[in-house]
Design a binder for this molecule. Structure first.
Ligand SMILES: C[C@H](O)[C@H](O)[C@H]1CNC2=NC(N)=NC(=O)C2=N1
Length: 96
């Protein structure tokens, strides 16, 4: 179910570093210590995404990984995007 703008704002308050891009995407930049670490991080995200059947848009630029999330099938932001964002934040803690 697509979230209302009020629900999006409430979720963003609990999602440190994630920001709204337009009204259909949230995004966050992560910086890893090395390029291999960035790839390892992305591989972990890929496994999580496949398990959840909810897939991110990813940009890998050397040690920098940008993650964008949206619920494509529903044409906007859903709770799944914020659940994935939280799972990715928890994964990143291992690399911090
Ligand atoms: C059938 C399959 O589970 C769906 O197509 C999933 C796959 N991954 C997805 N990922 C994202 N980000 N949004 C979706 O709507 C979506 N749908």
């Amino acid at each position: 179910m697509i979230l209302s703008s009020e629900d999006i704002q409430a979720n963003l308050e609990d999602s440190k570093g994630w920001e709204l891009e337009g009204d259909k995407w949230i995004k966050k930049h992560f910086t890893l210590s090395t390029f291999p670490k960035a790839i390892q991080f992305v591989n972990e995200l890929a496994n999580l995404a496949e398990d959840r059947q909810h897939h991110p848009y990813l940009i890998i630029d050397h040690k920098n990984v940008t993650i964008k999330l949206s619920t494509i099938d529903e044409g906007g932001l859903s709770q799944k995007d914020f659940e994935s964002a939280h799972a990715y934040d928890v994964t990143f803690l291992k690399y911090d």
